[in-house]
Design a protein around this ligand. Structure first.
Ligand SMILES: C[S@@+](CC[C@H](N)C(=O)[O-])C[C@H]1O[C@@H](n2cnc3c(N)ncnc32)[C@H](O)[C@@H]1O
Length: 389
């Protein structure tokens, strides 16, 4: 079925090539009005580093929803969210994802956000088109809308799919930056963030200006994780311009595509009000460069007296898994010997193991510390100029 649809789209793309304006260069930091299916095909191919897409969800709401106090819930019932069933929605999804794929650089990546209404369909089509899924991230809403009728679980999350154009290469994952943002713990795929509310929520005459305005915190994390300053971030469903606002604050270029004039007005005003601090490498750089560590071998710890032959090392700080250090730098445990990495791997049921991080020694104060600390100590000593003369 998809092959037939792809054919239809390809012939449509040819049509657009000959009949519409083509941009020779990327229209950076602009909102382009129109249908993203058409506009994406006017942009140069292989030109965009990152796409964030918050497409129509095809919510299929049947009836109005009322609170117990008889006020009507402002649900998403906009015309742009209506499709004639799943087939029409799949066709639309295939078309815009194909168009995104064309403009993405080979090292580019895409994030798509959705709910149970659409995200499984989006995921399957992404894979059919050859995208490579890196993660799905669950945005857990700390303050979700209650389920007033009490007939289902409160729907308290949305799902984001992060995928690259190709399996091997991608532009950026600033994992050290993410770790640092998370109090030096590896960032997980469940993100607890509030929905957009309070002063951040744009209102016109007291009413929400856009029914699905996303919180800037969500975009902050997405853009910080997977782009660099100067990269081009495109949002084909720009809405109130959240992606652009955050991109501008983080010194990324942005391009927004949006159908509706009203939303474009709101987004333009929003973008104009964003005045980021001047770009400064020290403040806005992507992942900090990895600190160059002097290449210290495990055996050097013995040669330099930081460990002694016969000393005990504990796997993952577990005193019941103690190996002894041999003079040749190998470890011995229950008759098995190997390097810190080999033995670590065996104890991890064959999973790769960086022995520097997983073997611990007993420090002078009796506490267990990773041997990586000794490596760092020795590396510093080796690099420090001799000031004794
Ligand atoms: C889910 S909302 C995006 C909200 C946005 N992330 C925000 O934070 O404000 C989807 C938006 O896409 C727009 N839209 C729907 N179909 C479109 C299409 N084919 N081309 C361009 N925009 C479209 C709608 O008008 C709507 O503003």
């Amino acid at each position: 079925m998809y092959a037939a649809i792809i054919n239809q789209i390809t012939s449509r793309i040819d049509f657009l090539y000959y009949n519409t304006h083509m941009y020779d260069e990327l229209p950076l930091d602009q909102i382009l009005q129109g249908n993203c299916l058409e506009i994406l095909n006017q942009l140069p191919e292989n030109s965009i580093e990152l796409i964030f897409a918050d497409p129509p969800y095809n919510l299929q709401l049947q009836n109005d929803l009322w609170r117990p106090n008889m006020t009507r819930v402002a649900a998403v019932d906009d015309v742009w969210d209506k499709f004639d069933g799943f087939q029409a929605y799949d066709k639309f999804t295939l078309a815009w994802l194909s168009a995104c794929r064309r403009v993405l650089k080979d090292t580019g990546a895409i994030w798509v956000i959705g709910t149970y209404h659409n995200i499984f369909r989006v995921g399957a089509i992404l894979q059919d088109l050859g995208f490579w899924i890196l993660n799905d991230v669950v945005w857990i809403k700390t303050n979700p809308m209650p389920n007033f009728r009490g007939v289902r679980f409160t729907n308290a999350h949305e799902t984001l799919i992060w995928a690259t154009k190709n399996r091997r290469a991608h532009n950026a994952f600033n994992h050290r930056l993410m770790k640092s943002l998370n109090d030096d713990l590896q960032m997980r795929s469940d993100w607890l963030l509030p929905i957009c509310s309070g002063p951040e929520r744009i209102k016109v005459d007291g009413k929400k200006a856009h029914s699905t305005q996303k919180p800037e915190a969500l975009l902050y994390r997405v853009l910080l994780a997977s782009s660099r300053p100067g990269d081009v971030v495109l949002d084909p469903f720009f809405g109130s311009g959240t992606t652009g606002a955050v991109a501008k604050k983080l010194h990324r270029h942005w391009i927004g595509i949006e159908l509706e004039t009203g939303y474009i007005t709101i987004a333009s005003q929003r973008l104009a009000a964003v005045q980021p601090e001047p770009d400064d490498q020290r403040l806005f750089a992507a992942d900090p460069p990895r600190r160059k560590i002097h290449p210290v071998r495990f055996g050097s710890l013995l040669e330099n007296g930081l460990l002694k032959p016969g000393q005990q090392l504990y796997f993952r700080a577990n005193r019941s898994q103690a190996a002894r250090v041999k003079t040749d730098g190998k470890l011995l445990l229950d008759g098995t010997e190997g390097s810190i990495h080999q033995l670590g791997r065996q104890l991890s049921s064959g999973s790769p193991c960086n022995g520097w991080e997983h073997w611990y020694y007993e420090a002078e104060n009796g506490q267990l510390q990773p041997i990586d600390r000794l490596r760092q100590l020795l590396a510093d000593r080796m690099e420090r100029p001799d000031e004794s003369e």
